[in-house]
Design a binder for this molecule. Sequence first.
Ligand code: NDP
Length: 271
Amino acid sequence: MKRFALIGDPVAYSRSPSLHRTAMSELEIEGEFVAIRVKKENLSDWLKYEGRNNFDGIAITSPHKETIRSFLDGESEVSRLIGAVNTLFWRDKFLVGTNTDAIGALRAIQGIINPVGKRVLLLGAGGAAKAIAFALLTAKAQVSLWNRTPEKALNLAHHFTHNEGKQALIHLQENLQKINPQDFDLVINATLVGLNEWKSLLPEDFWLPSHIAMEVIYTPLETKFLADAAAAGAEIITGDQMLIHQAVEQFHIWHGKEIDPDIMARAFFEN
Ligand code: NDP
């Protein structure tokens, strides 16, 4: 029987285990998927004594996506460029990291629009924002970034500029109040604002019917950010979309098989 784990702190909230369990059962793969709380200070030991010995694949969530990189035998070009790992798999005897958040975000966006040339306002500069910024730049979108802590926004912009060896690829927005809504086609919330609370970083009158609003938070599925956008007639992309599409990619890496996103979606809503 194959064994998989999701590690993070906290992990109890995550829907990933149930998505993977449903997908394995659907394709008649004998396997189990457990969520394990691993504290920051125990990460190295857990990987050495538990992870490496007992699992065929490991999903990584906050706060380990960056620190785990130094404990691996190798990583993919994608996770190296993003600077974060959310998936571990075995390549021969080597434990390798990669990142499926970026492709998950891209597929979620592509379900509604082709991002090429689109003007995107990205809110946040944490792990999720990094993966989304990479996906958008790869897809040749025009990215503007705002973050509460400006230094982190600057670091994120520098990270991608440096990797591409070009001048600034990401435009920085300093003042959220001064942003002109008409300058954007797609607006993405990749912050924690709205997680289990009825708050949005943007004022209700920000939204235009021409906007597309995308959310990374999926608890609740309808955040204030999305509700305000929808009330103004904008299209919305809920947080389950990125999660489901990144899990589909993970499933392919671990099992070498395609799973229909609708099956993962069903698991998301049933559990
Ligand atoms: P991080 O901790 O890496 O980043 C958090 C971000 O939120 C930072 O930009 C932080 O700003 C910002 N933030 C937090 N509080 C506030 C606030 N009060 N006002 C303004 N900005 C704030 O988290 P992640 O990027 O890993 O995760 C973010 C969210 O995305 C989580 O809810 C997570 O569950 C979700 N997620 C969803 C995925 C999906 O597939 N749907 C995939 C990955 C994550 P600052 O830098 O100033 O602290």
